[in-house]
Design a protein around this ligand. Structure first.
Ligand code: ADP
Ligand code: MG
Length: 482
């Protein structure tokens, strides 16, 4: 049987406000347990929540960026459930009237295809605290530092059809919130995580199958693995005559499996109702338009501009604009190199990205600045060094040995373009390899192209990579012809 996968994601994005959504406590990561939990966060009797306006503005920015509707009025609601890390006994969220309605993002798939994924809604809510099971000899501690941290939850339509599409969508949302600077998107710290709703159905079927929801996945790789695993599990059950139960599951990356956590609550189990402590959020169009003017150039627009202005391929442009810092670095390097866009793109996506990954470093902290990379590229362009030597110079720059010009100078890496010097090298190699020279001269023209590579290699080696390869080629051809 042919099965079709259906996926909808709920992405939780922690907003980068300095204080919490309903209290003045700080949101900074990594503080001592409960050092950032004030009376509101620990739910002392008589306290009242006060909305953080920056959280509202952040949600609106997101909504505008995905072309959503921003309703004139949205309402906070209480979502009631009991859990040790939720001292109020309810979470303040939004239910019937969220701040962002609809909207869409375009995703780019590995083959180059694009697809639109519609967003159902995005609502503001507070995060819960966290249970700490370690170091209490049988007891569980509660850390409420995270309680009240502002989140937007972005709910997609069930429009993704593979784990790959789900990852592309999640990456696109990640790119967007980072462009908008409404979240640091730090996945290790839990600032960006998702719940994946997964079901399968027989191809051609229009009704959706029963879904399982895999909770709190905080890496792109785990999302992909968790979905693929869950799809296999469901197909296996269905093909053996079983039934899927609607439930919440947990993904365990160590075992690459999902496990049941609990059967899924229906919305009415939460007994949602409007929070009487908070006024509805009323917005007028002028406020919304003022926020619109603060939006930066968004990733899709930047991607198209790089294609138009710099002649980049679709793939290169998409890669470079997926991260705003990388895009900025690229533009600075192009400018400083006098427009060498293709070379800049290659070096950034190649050596620079590899080195950043190797050292687990962010581009904003690259030891090679955009200006330094541009200088290196100019030295390739003006034939001071070959591409191979440039890699050596890059390594040295990465290691903090200075800029390209000084490294080329001190290491004596200048390309040899002096014809006399190259001629001497070529003559030596020809003299030392009489057997290969005979073979070359006996070979028909169409075979010589391949054979000449051996001589070029020898000359380059002898010059320690510094001979100009074009000149070596020309001279060899001439001399080997006899
Ligand atoms: P809840 O709030 O209970 O998690 P929602 O109805 O808001 O439920 O849906 C949550 C997510 O699940 C949405 O992203 C939606 O697209 C997705 N979803 C709903 N039904 C299915 C299904 N049958 N298969 C896969 N995803 C689904
Ligand atoms: Mg859900």
């Amino acid at each position: 049987m042919n099965w079709e996968t259906v996926i909808g994601l709920e992405i939780h994005v922690q907003l980068a406000t300095r204080s919490k959504i309903f209290s003045g406590a700080a949101t900074a990561y990594g503080a001592e347990a409960n050092a950032q939990a004030c009376a509101v966060d620990i739910a002392l009797p008589g306290v009242l929540p006060v909305i953080n306006e920056e959280a509202i503005r952040s949600a609106i920015k997101f909504g505008l960026a995905i072309n959503a509707q921003i309703p004139k009025c949205s309402v906070f609601a209480r979502k009631n459930y009991f859990y040790p890390d939720l001292p109020k006994g309810y979470q303040i969220s939004q239910f019937e009237l969220p701040i962002v309605v609809g909207g869409r993002v375009e995703i780019q798939l590995p083959g180059g295809n694009r697809k639109i994924i519609n967003v159902t809604r995005a609502h503001l809510e507070e995060d819960a605290g966290k249970s700490v099971h370690k170091g209490f000899s049988g007891f569980t501690g509660i850390d409420l530092n995270r309680a009240g941290t502002p989140l937007i939850e972005i709910v997609s339509e069930p429009e993704m059809r593979s784990a790959e599409e789900a990852v592309a969508y999640m990456k696109k949302i990640h790119t967007l919130v980072r462009y908008l600077e409404i979240s640091d998107g730090n996945m290790q710290e839990g600032s960006f995580r998702c719940d994946a709703n997964v079901s399968v159905r027989i191809e051609g079927e229009t009704a959706m199958g029963t879904r399982a929801e895999i909770k709190n996945i905080n890496s792109f790789r785990f999302v992909e693995q968790a979905i693929n695993h869950e799809v296999d599990r469901q197909i296996d059950i269905l093909e053996n005559g079983g039934e899927i139960i609607q439930e919440t599951r947990l993904y365990d990356p160590a075992k690459n499996e999902t496990r049941s956590m609990r059967s899924k609550e229906e919305a009415n189990d939460y007994r949602y109702f409007p929070d009487p402590d908070l006024l509805p959020v009323e917005l007028d169009q002028d406020e919304i338009e003022a926020i619109r003017t603060q939006l930066p150039e968004l990733p899709d627009a930047k991607c198209q501009r790089f294609i138009n202005d710099f002649g980049l391929s679709d793939y290169d442009s998409h890669t470079l604009t997926a991260n705003r810092d990388i895009a900025d670095y690229f533009e600075a390097a192009v400018e400083a190199s006098g427009g060498e866009a293709k070379l800049c793109a290659n070096w950034i996506m190649g050596e620079l990205t590899a080195s950043l990954n190797k050292d687990n470093q962010n581009i904003t902290r690259s030891p090679i600045s955009a200006d330094m990379l541009a200088q290196l590229i100019l030295r390739i362009k003006d034939n001071t060094i070959s591409n191979n030597i440039a890699k050596q110079v890059f390594e040295a720059m990465w290691g903090g040995e200075g800029d390209a010009d000084s490294i080329i100078e001190t290491k004596g890496l200048k390309q040899v373009t002096d014809t006399g010097a190259i001629e001497k090298l070529v003559d030596d190699i020809i003299a030392d390899n009489s057997a290969q020279v005979d073979q070359y001269r006996r070979s028909p023209e169409e075979k010589r192209g391949k054979l000449i590579g051996y001589f070029v290699g020898q000359v380059m080696k002898k010059s320690q990579g510094k001979a100009n390869p074009q000149q070596v080629n020309l001279l060899l051809k001439e001399k080997l012809a006899g």
